[in-house]
Design a binder for this molecule. Structure first.
Ligand code: ADP
Ligand code: MG
Length: 305
């Protein structure tokens, strides 16, 4: 393994765009714009839990940052700064780290994020990012805003990443197209959608654990129930419970539907209304396209279940 200081210098030190002081001192300095709130989130990827030991390092670098960017997208925030804590086994090569850094900075450049610090240590392979961004004061999208009568919307095509994962795990009956593996390895955080939804959505969350599980979080936070009665014909278990897609799930008043449809066209992103919010205590009913109740037991992923 190259020295810690070489690694930081050669792989993880880049010029910054909007940072007072970046990598290299005891701490970084950032200056959020006046009138904005700082939005902060942390997500960790652990070998064996979130990725296979033979994962492609460049994809892994992209995904490590992308899953964090997705959390800020779900808040309606602009991602701006990130720190990166790395644990890596002593046999890690410079080439491996360099490829990881290439993927990480490809995502950082795509969203104009500055890497401003981190920590590098020996250990079982693990990556933890803390991401920071900005949202105009009071404008963040929260989980708690869904109201009775709102519609439930989802972006993109949930289920692709779950299908890609099942394929890699050897389910031969799972047909995968290239886009399923791309969804798994190179998730595309919906930042532009999150920003546009600030003025439209009543609540939002990104789908990391599974559509039903994450909708459940909105229902609990908002104190409401939901019925999904207009799911697409091909909404299967991967669609409902697959997770790892990093699409946005959001609620909005029914009167906003035309704006949302127009927004989908502008962003070239499919936005589908799949159900509605009702009164009740976090109850979630799922109907198939014939109206049959298929409310499933399995909703998604829970690390400690
Ligand atoms: P300290 O001993 O004060 O914690 P380090 O030697 O860990 O300092 O880090 C030196 C500098 O390099 C700090 O600015 C730190 O934020 C940065 N740094 C360390 N690891 C990483 C990393 N993986 N990515 C980005 N910056 C890092
Ligand atoms: Mg340190």
């Amino acid at each position: 393994m190259p020295s810690e200081f070489d690694l930081i210098q050669r792989c993880f030190t880049r010029p910054t765009r909007h940072t007072v002081l970046g990598v290299g001192d005891d701490a970084a300095l950032i200056a959020p714009a006046p009138g904005y709130e700082l939005v902060v989130s942390t997500d960790m990827l652990v070998e064996g839990t979130h990725f296979f030991p033979d994962a492609d390092p460049e994809d892994l670098g992209w995904k490590t940052l992308a899953v964090n960017v997705s959390d800020l997208a779900a808040m309606g925030a602009v991602p701006r700064w990130a720190t990166l804590a790395i644990a890596a086994p002593p046999e890690s090569t410079f080439d491996w780290m360099d490829a990881f850094a290439r993927g990480f900075f490809a995502c950082a450049d795509a969203f104009k994020i500055d890497l401003i610090g981190g920590d590098t240590t020996r250990g079982a392979r693990c990556f933890s990012v803390t991401i920071m961004g900005e949202v105009p004061t009071g404008k963040a999208l929260r989980r708690a805003g869904a109201r009775v009568g709102d519609q439930v919307w989802v972006s993109g095509t949930p289920g692709r990443a779950g299908r890609g994962l099942a394929h890699l795990q050897g389910s031969r009956n799972v047909m995968v197209a290239a886009e399923c593996l791309a969804a798994l390895h190179r998730p595309q955080p919906r930042v532009a959608l999150g920003l546009a939804l600030r003025e439209i959505a009543s609540a939002a969350i990104d789908i990391s654990d599974g559509l039903l599980a994450d909708l459940g979080h909105i229902l609990v936070a908002s104190g409401v129930a939901a019925t999904l009665e207009s799911l697409p014909d091909d909404a299967d278990e991967y669609y409902l419970a697959g997770g790892d897609d990093y699409e946005l799930l959001f609620t909005a008043a029914a009167a906003r539907a035309p704006e949302i449809t127009a927004l989908g066209r502008i962003l070239a992103l499919s936005l589908t209304c799949i159900g509605r919010i009702e009164a009740g205590a976090a109850n979630l009913r799922v109907l198939d396209s014939t109206g049959r109740d298929i409310t499933p037991i399995r909703r998604g992923y829970d690390h400690f279940a």
